[in-house]
Design a protein. Structure first.
Lengths: 115, 113
């Protein structure tokens, strides 16, 4: 199936740990994103990569580090996890960055719980 | 800066009732507008989009939205909702040529069977 897939689906960990979330898209899209959805369902963009190049880096603690080995993959590594990092993290992709026909295609999300 | 405001946080309707969810955006230039839906426990999916042309846009599952430029609005409508429409609905805006898609806070719709 063509899709945006992210792993793991659930991640439960303790404060202070380091964890990674992986994302892959096989849609042939140039642009990938990480969004954070908090407990009130509010979606906020974190990062965007276009052809492996970082384009958007919102005000996110530098404990969060995205990595894009190729344009089909965008991983998110989080150091020294804090309670406030608990959220659902969505990976998304779009055909291009600023084109007129570039809606987002979302992955299924990773529910991160920090205890 | 771009922003999106959704008027209703929670809406409860009975099946067959008509739906209208409000969305206003703040952006001075040309915009690309979207409605996404998130069914319980699932990821966001595109319902419909507006880029140019006819301001009345039809999407999947009988949804439509109307872009009113003078009001900076992009309201979502459905003439007759079904129980399966229970979900969270997000309005989103992307400034023409811009890089970020900004989401509203979402409207949680519950349809009673």
């Amino acid at each position: 199936d063509t899709a945006v897939s992210q792993t793991p689906k659930y991640l439960v960990t303790q404060m202070g740990n380091d964890k990674s979330i992986k994302c892959e898209q096989n849609l042939g899209h140039d642009t990938m994103y990480w969004y954070k959805q908090d407990s009130k369902k509010f979606l906020k963009i974190m990062f965007s990569y276009n052809n492996k190049e970082l384009i958007i880096n919102e005000t996110v603690p530098n404990r969060f580090s995205p990595k894009s080995p190729d344009k089909a993959h965008l991983n998110l590594h989080i150091n020294s996890l804090e309670l406030g990092d608990s959220a659902v993290y969505f990976c998304a992709s779009s055909q291009d960055l600023a084109g007129a026909n570039s809606p987002l295609h979302f992955g299924n999300g990773t529910r991160l719980t920090v205890t | 800066a771009q922003s999106v405001s959704q008027h209703n946080h929670h809406v409860i309707l009975s099946e067959a009732a008509s739906l209208e969810l409000g969305c206003n955006y703040s952006y001075g230039g040309t915009v690309n507008l979207f409605w996404y839906v998130q069914y319980p426990g699932q990821h966001l999916q595109l319902l419909l989009k507006y880029f140019s042309g006819d301001p009345l846009v039809k999407g999947i599952k009988g949804f439509e939205a109307e872009f009113i430029k003078s009001k900076f609005s992009f309201n979502l409508r459905k003439p007759s909702v079904q129980w399966s429409d229970t979900a969270e609905y997000f309005c989103a805006v992307k400034g023409g040529g811009g890089f970020k898609t900004i989401f509203g806070a979402g409207t949680r719709l519950f349809v009673k069977a």
